[in-house]
Design a protein around this ligand. Sequence first.
Ligand SMILES: C=C1C[C@]23C[C@@]1(O)CC[C@H]2[C@@]12CCC[C@@](C)(C(=O)O1)[C@H]2[C@@H]3C(=O)O
Ligand SMILES: O=C(O)CCC(=O)C(=O)O
Ligand SMILES: [Fe+2]
Length: 389
Amino acid sequence: MPTPSHLANPRYFDFRAARRVPETHAWPGLHDHPVVDGGAPGPDAVPVVDLAGAADEPRAAVVAQVARAAEQWGAFLLTGHGVPAELLARVEDRIATMFALPADDKMRAVRGPGDACGYGSPPISSFFSKCMWSEGYTFSPANLRADLRKLWPKAGDDYTSFCDVMEEFHKHMRALADKLLELFLMALGLTDEQVGGVEAERRIAETMTATMHLNWYPRCPDPRRALGLIAHTDSGFFTFVLQSLVPGLQLFRHAPDRWVAVPAVPGAFVVNVGDLFHILTNGRFHSVYHRAVVNRDLDRISLGYFLGPPPHAKVAPLREAVPPGRTPAYRAVTWPEYMGVRKKAFTTGASALKMVALAAAAAAADLDDDAGAGAAAEPVVHQQLLVSS
Ligand SMILES: C=C1C[C@]23C[C@@]1(O)CC[C@H]2[C@@]12CCC[C@@](C)(C(=O)O1)[C@H]2[C@@H]3C(=O)O
Ligand SMILES: O=C(O)CCC(=O)C(=O)O
Ligand SMILES: [Fe+2]
């Protein structure tokens, strides 16, 4: 019998056929920090923001929940958001159908070097010598039907239903992103009038763009040796993560260093603060290190809906976020510029946020990794894993 061509393709690792985790996929240092349950009551309980209360006036309680979560965790579970559960079920179902495509079809859509969209490992994987136990697909919802022809060149029913469902989802998510941006800005202390009326804030809301990245974490014969997605901070403003009912997302918390396992709450999104929001808020809302682990018996699917500025827009601390008498803690950067800095940071082991910090203000605000709640706490994952690019 001839070998199917995808098995002959050295770029495709067949997770389904793997009976063990090969050295190429075995990560050292995965258990350097304990894992605690973020679904149990107590100080490690992942904060919950329930938007069902945000429709009533005053919204002060919801705004306070957002402020606390963004300042102390850089992440929270979002419930009561109004995106229908039945739509989320269809989204997951379509994603599963996409990942079940034959390897040849997926490899045809592979992300080329420097491409924003495409199939395969996420961009961050290029900085590490080990491979992750996952496959991913990135696309722009604004360019959905054209992007998805990479996977389904002949279109057809699966293509059409995938695009229809994702378009419906994107419409809901874009509106939800606007609502959450408003709450974030109010949580920074801006009034309703400032949110809609101040030029800088209005421009952010009007130009914010969305990117979708889908993750498939196949079940794994030895989940303690493998890693679904390496610890990272998201680089944009903020991200909605939809995780299937199989948990796997973990948030890094400092002092003591530990991983907090985010519970899989049906219908909830996890919201992560990204690096550009960290900069925009002058470090008051901090980006959060997170990773995804894999499971022995079950596949896991997740979806990241990433919000950020358009490529040409400079992001700098908002005037309202800089305390009186202080200077901004970060210089202005565009998203592509920041990705360039982060690439350099990965190859040198430095912190990308520190590389864009303004020295004098950084010293005054004590932007040290050990600064506590205001700093993006960083797990020790870099030394042994970096490859130079
Ligand atoms: C908008 C984006 C954020 C992202 C890079 C991307 O262009 C599309 C994929 C996103 C993702 C998902 C997995 C982790 C991550 C670090 C990566 O390598 O690709 C993020 C990127 C990010 O937040 O920087
Ligand atoms: O799979 C997850 O839960 C996390 C995904 C994620 O962090 C990402 O896509 O950036
Ligand atoms: Fe992420």
